[in-house]
Design a protein around this ligand. Structure first.
Ligand code: S3P
Length: 171
């Protein structure tokens, strides 16, 4: 049985909030990959991108995936770019069910527009953001075991829906 639940999806799709709620409903432990990378490096994601660049951040993200691969009973909120390296997904899916939190671009922009912690989001260049979004959708879809549309439902409803499907799957 695969004991981890891995949440994937674009920035602002609710991976961390839904992940925390999922942990309250289960006996699983919560892992927020962005939080751990920040504490491992000792800088915010914004600072990591500025000082070392995106490829350094991706390397740190990959290192963490390698560490998590052997752990069980986790709910993992990944960073939105986790799917850019297929090796990450191959490792995470060994012991985890991959859940894609599907969310419309418009909803995402509304949610994150006043939050300045995401280096890839520039409210003045929404065209670029839309391009990143479009290039990611297929990657999320291809890697997901389950897709949950989180546009019009609450965090609690999303978590409950995920749990119900996961229980039925009994992978
Ligand atoms: C990123 C998403 C962010 C964070 C970093 C890069 C991305 O995480 O990992 O800013 O490439 O989509 P969230 O999805 O939690 O915002």
């Amino acid at each position: 049985m695969k004991s981890n639940i891995i949440l994937i999806g674009f920035m602002g799709s609710g991976k961390s909030s839904i992940g925390k709620t999922l942990c309250q409903l289960t006996e699983k432990n919560f892992i927020d990959m962005d939080e751990i990378v920040q504490s491992n490096v000792g800088m915010s994601i914004q600072q990591i991108f500025l000082k070392h660049g995106e490829s350094y951040f991706r390397a740190k993200e990959r290192e963490l995936v390698n560490e998590l691969e052997s752990q069980s009973n986790l709910v993992i909120a990944t960073g939105g770019g986790i799917v850019l390296d297929q090796r990450n997904m191959d490792l995470l899916s060994k012991h985890g069910i991959i859940v894609y939190l599907k969310c419309k671009l418009h909803t995402i922009v509304q949610r994150i527009k006043s939050n300045h912690s995401r280096p890839l989001f520039n409210p003045k260049n929404l065209h670029n953001f839309e391009q990143i979004f479009t290039s990611r959708v297929l990657l999320y879809e291809e890697n997901a075991n389950i897709t949950v549309d989180v546009n019009d439902i609450s965090i609690n409803q999303s978590a409950a829906e995920i749990l119900e499907i996961v229980k039925k799957m009994d992978l």
